[in-house]
Ligand binder design. Structure first.
Ligand code: EAX
Length: 329
């Protein structure tokens, strides 16, 4: 009899061990390392903001969940970082919304030329349900949006040889590097330039060796990644607002307990605020720094640029949800 009770106890313990093993996945107690990758340097606001996200998450979980930050394209270019999240090699990244368009065509519509007058105008849109609707398709490709960082308003820089951009005619035949963003490329084509895609981590050297005459990026990116060392002129075009999606692998997100999900969302909200504050400040302060670093800054007539790019939205009529396009118009 004793033997039967003893073997019953053993069996019961084995069942409990198996159950607690299954039940524990995704609840309190699991340690987790989240690998985060970025195409830019550590001083870029998206990385500074994610550093705050890291600190908040590690503090709130007593180090049970940790975040590993990799910068300068170490884990790949923007499109490789995004595909890394999609196929589960990378857990977190932040990249311009337009870089996600190949997975979710409606995402990135906030990049249409001259859509917003200032940051408050842009943040109102990005935090609206129109943007949420545009991002819905991302969940089908394993991408969960944790927050909206800000890259700023994109401006054109050119080499000494290409000369400054004072008007649209100075954009004619300009060999300009762009990210893999169809709206930005169409905007450059509408201005008469010749856009070509290149990963951001290779951009500095490509400008240095003259592969491109020009590139376009927001003021903070130009300064924080030292592009003023290889570009002589900056034209304040603000031609495209560049929202960034701060994203996590959906499968990892789904495996988290509700309380851990709340911790990540709270940390992402603080990071988003930090990023936006830095980008706004740097956009206002860094033009002077770029002039002090030797860049020749011009302020072209933006009405001419707006006129030349007013047809860009129409060229995407077929590839965006008509309701979303109507909201944009
Ligand atoms: O900010 O590739 C680009 O031009 C993007 O702006 C990139 O994320 C750097």
């Amino acid at each position: 009899m004793k033997k039967r009770i003893f073997s019953g106890l053993i069996a019961a313990c084995m069942v409990l061990t198996v159950l607690s093993g299954c039940a524990s996945s995704g609840t309190e107690g699991d340690t987790l390392v989240l690998k985060a990758g970025f195409s830019t340097g550590a001083s870029d606001p998206r990385v500074v903001a994610t550093q705050l996200f890291k600190e908040e998450v590690e503090k709130a979980t007593d180090g049970r969940i940790t975040v590993e930050i990799h910068t300068d394209g170490e884990l790949g270019s923007d499109s490789e970082l995004i595909s890394g999240v999609v196929n589960g090699e990378i857990d977190l990244t932040a990249s311009s919304a337009g870089n996600f368009a190949s997975y979710a065509p409606n995402v990135g519509l906030s990049a249409f030329p001259f859509l917003f007058d200032d940051f408050e105008d842009a943040w109102k849109f990005v935090d609206s349900d129109v943007e949420t609707k545009a991002e819905e398709e991302l969940t089908e490709v394993n991408v969960k949006v944790l927050g909206h960082y800000d890259n700023g308003f994109r401006c054109v820089t050119t080499s000494e040889a290409a000369g400054p951009v004072e008007s649209v005619s100075d954009m004619d035949d300009l060999k300009i590097r762009t990210p893999e963003n169809q709206i930005v490329m169409q905007t450059m084509l509408a201005l008469g330039a010749e856009p070509e895609v290149l990963g951001f981590a290779e951009l500095y050297d490509a400008l240095k060796n003259g592969t491109f005459d020009a590139q376009e990026n927001p003021i903070p990116v130009i300064y924080n990644n030292n592009l003023y060392e290889v570009q002589a002129n900056l034209a304040i075009t603000n031609h495209s607002y560049d929202v960034m999606l701060f994203v996590i692998r959906e499968d990892v997100w789904d495996s988290l307990s509700e309380s851990d999900q709340k911790i990540l969302l709270g940390a992402a909200a603080l990071a988003q605020e930090k990023d936006r504050q830095l980008i706004k400040e740097q956009t206002e302060d860094y033009i002077q720094k770029l002039e002090e670093a030797g860049m020749n800054v011009t302020y072209p007539d933006l009405d001419e640029f707006k006129g030349a790019t007013s047809s860009v939205v129409d060229s995407f009529a077929g590839s965006y949800d008509p309701e979303l396009l109507a909201a944009i118009r």
